[in-house]
Design a protein around this ligand. Structure first.
Ligand code: ATP
Ligand code: MG
Length: 423
């Protein structure tokens, strides 16, 4: 991608109302554009990140054996009446049709997936199974702040599993928990796995996955040494006590919930009277679990945990491009031609090697402006071609995570970048 051609460029300054790092850098960097509070357009750069995050999540759900589907956001009122949630769910957006019908805009999809699963499930032979989607959710949040962390329209991966017995549901639930930790780790995020309900004696087990950041709204009692944590709202342990997993000293921390899994039991299958014919011929209630990851919130959380005072520091796994190539100006027209040719050769070489590269080929900007943009955008590796580097037949190499720049001979650059990207 030539930066001069990119739709959605960096802004001179961050919007004044952006208090959180993700809002500030994602908007200033041209990753997203705010349409109104809690509602964003994902511009080309931001969409590349979102797609990578969602692909990682998709791969981990596929590895669990779950199958991807795509459910409607427009949902009939009757389903929500059936589960007793038409009234009382304050974040539910409701729509009126010109035909007089009423609809919900999906804030979650239990109301769609349960009757859907029921249609295709008659016997124990069809169980267990899990389906998931990555879709837009709508929630009438009272306060939509903190950038993409809390939207009124946002993206979520939601998975639903269906089982004949508790043992099977619990086994799948535990595998899903591991898959979640793997997905976050691949995205460069460390999470605490937080018991969200009162622990082992309650009926419905649930866990939250919390990324530690001051931008988060949740207070945790968590272990600094391992992944253990409790939400302070339901905590049975206190600050200073020993971690039940590793004996570390529990401390108070702030986090943002990037995922949530629930053992739903028969909550929804009761509502829809969803049964299956068991092996002994009797009708039994299907058991259900649900598993959510906010993918747009995940992108915001990555920015909250991976930035410095100059901008974003993307982990390689989700960076929109691995390489930010910068060509600088020269007053000498002949030198300028060599700079442009060299940058173009490096750009083509990287592309041929399958390396994602954005080339800041703009002619009218100072080195300082180009470097500031490179820091703001946060690609893992910055390469500079200038009169000075050409004098050494080299390219300047600087990782976003390091303060030091060095020179790499032009002849070796493609191979070295390949190694950097793969390691
Ligand atoms: P919260 O407590 O933060 O409001 P929630 O518990 O209501 O979230 P769930 O219904 O469990 O959220 O949704 C699953 C996941 O979707 C959450 O873990 C979170 O990552 C994401 N999510 C929820 N609400 C929003 C929102 N308004 N904007 C962006 N992501 C969200
Ligand atoms: Mg939750």
């Amino acid at each position: 991608m030539r930066y001069s051609q990119l739709f959605g460029k960096t802004l001179k300054s961050a919007p004044a109302e952006a208090e959180s790092a993700n809002a500030k850098y994602l908007i200033q960097g041209g990753f997203v554009d705010q349409e109104m509070a809690g509602v964003y357009t994902w511009l080309p750069l931001g969409l590349r990140v979102l797609r990578k995050v969602e692909q990682i999540v998709r791969e981990e759900m596929d590895a669990l054996g779950a199958q991807e589907i795509f459910m409607p956001s427009l949902q009939p009122k009757e389903y929500w009446v059936t589960t007793n949630r038409w009234e009382g769910v304050d974040i539910l957006f409701k729509l009126n049709s010109q035909t007089g019908k009423e609809y919900a805009l999906g804030c979650t999809h239990e109301e769609v997936v349960t009757p859907l699963a029921q249609k295709f499930t008659k016997s124990y032979k069809e169980l267990p199974f899990a389906v998931y989607q990555i879709n837009t959710k709508f929630r009438d949040e009272l306060r939509a702040k903190s950038g993409v962390l809390r939207g009124r329209e946002f993206r979520m991966k939601d998975m639903y599993s269906f089982h004949t017995n508790q043992e099977d549901l619990t086994a799948f639930y535990n595998r899903a928990l591991e898959a979640y930790v793997k997905a976050y780790t691949r995205c460069g995020l460390q999470v605490k796995v937080v018991q969200a309900s009162g622990g082992i004696f309650t009926q419905n087990v649930s866990h939250e996955f919390q990324a530690l950041t001051d931008a988060g709204e949740d207070i945790l009692i968590a272990c600094p040494n391992c992944e253990f944590g409790q939400n302070s709202e339901v905590a049975t342990l206190k600050v200073g006590e020993a971690c039940p997993k590793c004996q570390g000293t529990l401390a108070q921390m702030k986090g943002v919930e990037v995922g949530n899994i629930f053992d739903l039991g028969t909550k929804y299958t009761d509502a829809f009277d969803f049964t299956f014919t068991a092996e002994d011929g009797t009708q039994k209630r299907v058991l259900m679990g649900c598993y959510g990851i906010g993918t747009t919130r995940l992108v915001g959380s990555i920015v909250e945990t991976h930035h410095d005072e100059r901008g974003i520091v993307w982990p390689k796994s989700v960076a929109p491009f691995q390489v930010h190539l910068v060509s600088l100006r020269s007053k000498d027209a002949a030198v300028q031609a060599t700079i442009d040719q060299t940058a173009s050769d490096v750009y083509d070489g990287l592309m041929r090697a399958g390396i994602e590269v954005v080339w800041d080929d703009r002619a009218d900007l100072s080195p300082g402006q180009k470097f500031a943009d490179a820091d703001l955008l946060g690609m893992p590796l910055r390469l500079v071609v200038s009169e000075k580097t050409l004098a050494e037949n080299a390219v300047e190499w600087k990782a976003r995570t390091s303060a030091e720049a060095r020179r790499v001979p032009i002849a070796e650059i493609i191979e070295e970048v390949g190694t950097f990207v793969r390691e």
